[in-house]
Design a protein around this ligand. Structure first.
Ligand code: F0G
Length: 360
């Protein structure tokens, strides 16, 4: 345990601020397993922008918007689930939380545990965590266990550990995570007045597609759920576990998704699908989003747009692509794959003029 007193947690008292300035749980209290008066662990997550994407819209012949989940406090959609998971953990008197992670869950759990003043441990695949996320997780004071193994092994181990120890598991096996993440569907439904035809979303452990579908069902909507997996890590498409998943999109380098059946049900029940995009297609979408739309997301997030570009809008008029996480997570990939340029230059006027104005 930490040896300091945590900051007082906000309590739910009739929402007085505008919807977008209240903690997520408070905004959607009627739809979440919390009561007025519950202590909340919140970093004011949710209420993220829904941005028009004119270039992608033109390319696919539909109105395409991007749900910018990188706008959450730790830079990914995980914060929606984590505010619920940590608030519930605190309500139950938990002193520690743990997760397996490809990066974003770790950073989110670490931040919310810091806010709550409880201990956080994360198990990550050795050498496979993007630098931005490792920095974030460490700075929040989490204990990082670097596993000689992949995400699937890490998750199996934390499930074993939490079965016999008083530590709360905050991966998306935790129902509170799914409950919190479904609120993104509410926001899209409200913003588009129920007019959404199709949702494009990257699929890894398959918690998020499960959450969105649950959220849409709760408000009586049924857009087609179009999930996309990376070619080297596509168990749901291939119909079997992948022993050694590989893709540049580290967030979705997962071979045995824990929400397998739920994800397949979401695709089937919504008349949608789960399909595959290659690393090349992911990187092309990643660069297009940054270079043409001005939106820098992480590679896994670009899988949603890659899938839309590859398979087309298929008759949908209003489409939302979920950009699940912020690009700064992974500076290495951005520096290796971009449309910018670095020009070495002497500190003199002539060379600078040439560097700025000359032909590239
Ligand atoms: N996009 C990003 C940015 C993610 O971090 C993840 C999952 C996904 C998509 C896939 O979502 O697992 O619910 O299907 N990241 C997890 C993590 C595994 O540890 O941060 P999913």
């Amino acid at each position: 345990m930490r040896d300091y007193t945590p900051v007082p947690l906000p309590r739910i008292e009739g929402a007085s601020l505008s919807d977008s300035h209240v903690p997520l749980i408070e905004r959607y209290l009627d739809h979440l397993p919390f009561e007025k008066g519950d202590k909340l662990v919140s970093l004011q997550e949710g209420s993220t922008p829904l941005l028009q994407a004119p270039v992608v819209s033109e390319m696919v012949g539909a109105t395409v918007r991007l749900k910018l989940e990188g706008g959450n406090p730790t830079g990914s959609f995980k914060d929606r689930g984590m505010t619920c998971a940590l608030s519930a953990a605190i309500r139950e008197g938990a002193k520690a939380v743990i997760c397996a992670s490809t990066g974003n869950t770790a950073a989110s759990a670490a931040a919310y545990a810091a806010r709550a003043g409880i201990t956080c441990a994360v198990i990550v695949p050795e050498g496979k965590i993007a630098q931005g996320k490792m920095a974030q997780t460490l700075v929040h004071g989490a204990r990082v266990i670097s596993l000689r193994g992949n995400f699937d092994q890490a998750l199996a181990l934390v499930r074993e550990l939490t079965a016999t120890n008083p530590i709360v598991l905050v991966n998306s096996v935790n129902e509170y995570r799914i409950e919190g993440q479904k609120t993104a569907a509410f926001e899209i439904h409200e913003a588009l007045d129920g007019g959404l035809d199709a949702l494009c979303i990257p699929v890894g452990n398959a918690g998020n597609i499960t959450s969105y579908w649950r959220g849409f069902r709760e408000v009586g909507a049924s857009p087609r759920m179009l999930g996309f997996q990376a070619a080297g890590a596509a168990p749901l498409v291939e119909g079997h576990k992948i022993e050694h998943p590989e893709t540049i999109a580290s967030a979705i380098r997962i071979g045995n998704p824990v929400r397998w059946e739920d994800a397949m049900a979401a695709a089937t029940d919504s008349r949608g699908s789960i399909r595959v995009v290659t690393d090349e297609e992911i990187l092309a979408a990643y660069r297009l989003l940054a270079y043409r739309e001005g939106m820098f997301c992480e590679p896994a997030s670009a899988a949603s747009v890659a899938g839309l570009l590859k398979y087309g809008a298929e008759g949908a008029e209003q489409v939302v692509c979920v950009l699940t996480g912020r690009g700064l997570k992974d500076p290495e990939t951005a520096i290796a794959h971009n449309d910018g340029m670095i020009i070495q230059c002497e500190a003199e006027r002539g060379p600078i003029e040439e560097a700025v104005l000359g032909d590239p």
